[in-house]
Design a protein. Structure first.
Length: 115
């Protein structure tokens, strides 16, 4: 299956998970288009000052892969800087958040795998 960029619709979430500003989510593949136990396969964009607030994953894991920009990433209370090509993994019962504190738009791939 191939999905062209023009087929992917933007969804805007405000104050996602208690974060700041708007989060633009481009769900690349929807449930039903694939057979795995993924809950989300998407590209996410954050402008400067926008974030996804801290949250815990239950019975799932989330992977972020930074495609553009610089992220301030909170990994279970430990704040790190992630740049293009960096990746992070939030395991079951762990918590994380991500924020763009920089001028360049932050774009990353997000995959949530459920159990």
């Amino acid at each position: 299956m191939i999905k062209k960029a023009a087929q992917v619709v933007d969804e805007i979430k405000v104050n996602m998970r208690g974060g700041d500003g708007e989060v633009i989510i481009k769900t690349v593949f929807e449930k039903g288009e694939y057979k795995s136990k993924a809950r989300l396969i998407a590209t996410i964009s954050l402008e400067k000052g926008c974030s996804i607030g801290e949250h815990i994953h239950k019975n799932e894991e989330e992977i972020f892969i930074i495609q553009q920009g610089t992220a301030t990433y909170n990994d279970n209370g430990e704040v790190k800087t992630l740049k293009k090509g960096d990746a992070c993994l939030c395991l079951d019962k762990q918590k994380h958040s991500i924020r763009n504190d920089y001028d360049e738009t932050l774009i990353f791939t997000a995959v949530i795998i459920t159990y």
